[in-house]
Write a protein that binds this ligand. Structure first.
Ligand SMILES: C[S@@+](CC[C@H](N)C(=O)[O-])C[C@H]1O[C@@H](n2cnc3c(N)ncnc32)[C@H](O)[C@@H]1O
Length: 221
């Protein structure tokens, strides 16, 4: 899929959202991410890239905590929603594909929530994250696991990868994640299950549903 096709698909999801939540993705930030704020402070993290930022539900906590933040996403609609949500704050935004991520600046931390499941080539994206991090920088990332309740929905593209109503959904085993992250030092690897509300009637997960995921904190040594 080309950039325009991916952007259009996600723009549609944001533009047609008919749910009641402020954020399409969850009313509150993801705890594993937001709980890293004291750890980041302790390790002198200054610059944070939320990639992709969506409509900003995680980014807001990092902006409020005083980090120099950048939000990155392929969808103009997501970025517009995020800019509006965070309009009182000073931060930067960039639009593009995770697979082509390459900005003028490097970062002390990269956040990637609910997105590595939507890319065709996760290794390329993780390599881009590695390259955009400063030495001693951190990545905080969520992987949907092969035990996730949505595993197998849609047309099979590859091992553990499916196309569901035009959206790629990829699922990962522990072993596969460790291979993808082999350039990093893994500091935390936490399995989790949770239930969340649907994301509007036009999205693939439009009803209350459960997930099984792995949260990872890793370091670029
Ligand atoms: C489920 S949302 C998660 C957003 C945010 N990380 C969060 O957790 O709230 C997935 C986001 O990834 C973006 N996205 C999907 N594929 C992308 C790609 N290949 N490159 C950049 N952004 C992408 C979408 O526009 C959407 O905003």
């Amino acid at each position: 899929m080309q950039k325009e096709e991916i952007a259009n698909k996600w723009n549609q999801i944001y533009d047609q959202y008919d749910g009641k939540q402020v954020s399409l993705w969850h009313e509150t930030p993801t705890s594993f991410f937001i709980e890293k704020i004291p750890f980041f402070k302790q390790h002198k993290v200054k610059t944070v890239l939320d990639s992709p930022c969506g409509d900003g539900r995680n980014l807001i906590g990092f902006v409020k905590a005083g980090f120099d933040c950048t939000g990155f996403d392929v969808s103009d609609s997501a970025l517009n929603k995020c800019k509006n949500y965070l309009k009182e704050y000073k931060l930067e935004f960039e639009q593009g594909l995770l697979e082509e991520l390459n900005l003028d600046k490097k970062f002390d931390a990269v956040l990637c929530d609910d997105a590595i499941t939507h890319v065709k080539n996760p290794q390329k994206v993780l390599d881009n994250f590695y390259n955009i991090l400063n030495k001693k920088g951190f990545i905080v990332i969520k992987f949907h696991s092969i035990k996730d309740s949505h595993y197998g929905n849609g047309e099979k593209l590859n091992d553990n990868q499916f196309l569901c109503k035009g959206i790629i959904t990829s699922f990962y085993s522990k072993e596969q994640i460790k291979i993808f992250l082999r350039k990093f030092k893994i500091l935390e690897f936490v399995p989790a299950s949770y239930v969340e509300e649907g994301h509007g009637s036009n999205y693939i997960r439009n009803k209350k549903h459960s997930h099984h995921v792995y949260f990872v904190l890793a370091l670029k040594e």
